[in-house]
Design a protein around this ligand. Structure first.
Ligand code: ASN
Length: 340
């Protein structure tokens, strides 16, 4: 019989409306279990680890990511898969971070949560939770069907580092336009075997716990002033995620390019991702991106913002050499980019 570890961090799935203030606040896991007696009927052993502090995912941070990675490492051998209950607001950041922190992953790590609390009559929590467990225990020829960090939400399974929260009101909270879904649940649970990534070496899980959050963000808009760009680029950080236009384009004004070049020459890594949610950065396709390539800006291809920030944090912990970090940023490490 499979064994699944459910890790409960918080999120709407386990919230209740405060009778006086009416705001949604987290409840403990026993109260969640009371709402899903069906859990007993699943053909697997379920263990639960509840975090001491149950949080709304807006309070998520890299220390908790390390704690999660450590929990997975210490329970890896004894479990066939993991289901992580997490608020949807920052779920894609945590899933992306863990995809980088867990190298050679050979077991499913399935994040899920819900848009309505599990105690609500019309809740989406039960389907999300039950199917996430089904996916975490799914095997073929004795091997996990999806040995990846994933998000399961509203009948779809996404690669974690390809998904982002796209809708705060609908049950369809996530999308992953730059990569196909890994499975879909309907009358049958159908896996897309060709799109699922298998580990190169599943013999040994390697956990990287040293994320460095010295990361800044520069989001461009027409009319951005030199003093704003200068302030962001001169902040005490080692990496900057730059959200550009279209296929990775920026203004060609010399003040802008000079500021970027100075930052790179001073040892900072600048990663170019697009403000578009679909499509890819193509450095050098337009005149408005050729200069970026020339001065050493890293190409983020079709990476999500969530993946870009967490990949930067992961890589800054792996090397002090900006050129090495740039090379890895442009390399597909965990299925997070399509290098064209
Ligand atoms: N605010 C909640 C959270 O991210 C939203 C949710 O889970 N649907 O914790």
């Amino acid at each position: 019989m499979s064994q699944i570890l459910i890790i409960y961090t918080g999120g709407t799935i386990g919230m209740m409306s405060d009778p006086v203030t009416k705001v949604l606040k987290p409840i403990n896991f026993e109260q969640i279990m009371d709402n899903v007696p069906e859990l007993e009927k699943l053909n697997c052993r379920i263990k639960v680890h509840s975090f001491d502090e149950i949080i709304d995912s807006s309070n998520m941070n890299p220390e908790i990511w390390s704690e999660l990675a450590g929990l997975i490492q210490s329970n890896y051998h004894d479990n066939d898969g993991f289901v992580i209950l997490h608020g949807s607001d920052t779920m894609a950041y945590t899933a992306s971070a863990l995809s980088f922190m867990l190298e050679n992953l050979g077991k499913p790590i399935i994040f899920t949560g819900s848009q309505l609390p599990i105690s609500a009559i019309r809740t989406d929590a039960k389907e999300n939770l039950m199917t996430a467990i089904e996916i975490a225990k799914a095997k073929k020829n004795d091997r996990a069907r999806v040995p990846e960090v994933c998000i399961y939400f509203d009948y779809k399974l996404f690669r974690g580092n390809r998904a982002f929260k796209y809708n705060s009101s609908k049950f369809e909270a996530f999308r992953s336009p730059n990569y196909p879904i890994l499975a879909e649940s309907g009358v049958h649970l159908r896996f897309s075997a060709n799109d699922i990534r298998l580990p190169e070496d599943e013999s040994s899980l390697i956990v990287h716990n040293n994320l460095v959050n010295d990361v800044g963000v520069l989001k461009l808009y027409p009319g951005i002033s030199p003093k704003v760009v200068e302030n962001i680029l001169s902040a005490d950080v080692r990496g900057i995620v730059m959200e550009t236009f279209g296929a990775g384009n920026t203004t060609t004004d010399s003040w802008f390019i000079d500021l970027l070049k100075n930052a790179i020459d001073s040892g900072k890594v600048i990663l170019d991702i697009s403000q578009c949610k679909v499509g890819t950065v193509e450095l050098g396709r337009y005149e408005t991106s050729k200069h970026l390539k020339d001065i050493g800006v890293a190409n983020g291809y079709d990476m999500t913002f969530e993946s870009a920030v967490t990949k930067m944090m992961y890589l800054l912990g792996q090397s002090d050499d900006p050129l090495q970090v740039k090379e890895w940023l442009e390399t597909d490490l965990r299925g997070e980019i399509t290098v064209s």
